[in-house]
Write a protein that binds this ligand. Structure first.
Ligand SMILES: Nc1ncnc2c1ncn2[C@@H]1O[C@H](COP(=O)(O)OP(=O)(O)OP(=O)(O)O)[C@@H](O)[C@H]1O
Ligand SMILES: [Mg+2]
Length: 243
């Protein structure tokens, strides 16, 4: 199916997120209009500081825009009740944070299991699903390790497991392969592509143009908070097009 004909999952409308630092204002996200279609694999590329993490956090309902808004199924995120927003975050959205945000004193297994705590999943089912996804990510022998006792790449895979264990509709992945070697990067990319084939909508922020070129359907570029390019992207002159 051509991405043009897919229904919308989410759209941002004149979305702005400004930070004030003393007399200085940083326009981290500046008047962005972005459509995310159901089932697409969207890449967001851009230099460090261009606003990729900021816009992912906004779309995941973890931050509030300065102005503009985000629509999901026609509803404005900012108009949802606290409870509705919590449900959005706990059930529909998976987020892989750039800085992992793992709980330091909990094991890999507990970190992943806890994602299901607010999801009405039964305890036995929580443990089963957490174990399964960690095994799938090659961490079957690290279940009882705490973050400090794992490599950066292992922690990153725990963060990915935690986002996926909820079986979200959409995954926001912020540099999910930033700490991984080539082999693990391809493993994660293949995993995300496989989940996308099964219907998961994926929004990937990355510096890694090879990753973008290999896996995404469509790339948009951020530049000082602005979306500078959309539609079928050209990366180094090469059209990525549809997979
Ligand atoms: N809490 C904050 N207060 C002030 N400025 C901030 C804050 N968070 C981010 N910024 C600024 O907003 C801009 C966008 O930051 P953001 O983290 O979204 O960039 P990024 O594209 O994800 O960068 P990277 O590729 O390095 O992860 C940057 O200039 C950053 O310094
Ligand atoms: Mg970032």
């Amino acid at each position: 199916m051509k991405s043009m004909t897919r229904p919308l999952w989410l759209r941002t409308v004149e979305l702005c997120r400004y930070y004030r630092r003393g007399p200085q204002q940083v326009r981290a996200v500046d008047q962005v209009n972005l459509d995310v279609k159901k089932g697409e694999f969207l890449g967001i590329v851009g230099a460090s500081g261009s606003g990729k993490s900021t816009i992912l956090n906004l779309m995941a309902g973890l931050d509030t825009p300065t102005s503009g808004h985000i629509e999901v199924d026609g509803a404005v995120l900012g108009a949802l009740s606290r409870r509705e927003l919590a449900t959005y975050r706990a059930r529909r959205v998976g987020m892989v944070f750039q800085a992992f945000n793992l709980i330091a004193h909990q094991t890999a297994l507990r970190n992943v299991e806890l994602a299901l705590y607010f999801n009405d999943t039964l305890p036995r089912e929580r443990r089963h699903r957490a174990t399964e996804i960690l095994q799938q990510l090659g961490l079957g022998d690290r279940l009882d390790h705490r973050p400090a006792d794992m490599s950066g790449g292992e922690q990153q895979r725990v963060a990915i497991a935690r986002a996926l264990v909820k079986k979200p509709e959409i995954l926001f992945a912020d540099e999910p392969t930033g700490n991984l070697d080539q082999a693990n990067t391809l493993q994660i990319g293949d995993l995300l592509a496989g989940l996308n084939d099964q219907g998961l909508t994926v929004v990937l922020a990355t510096h890694d143009l090879n990753m973008a070129r290999r896996y995404v359907h469509r790339t948009v570029r951020m530049d000082y908070g602005r979306l500078t390019e959309s539609g079928r992207a050209r990366l180094n002159g090469e059209e990525t097009g549809e997979r």
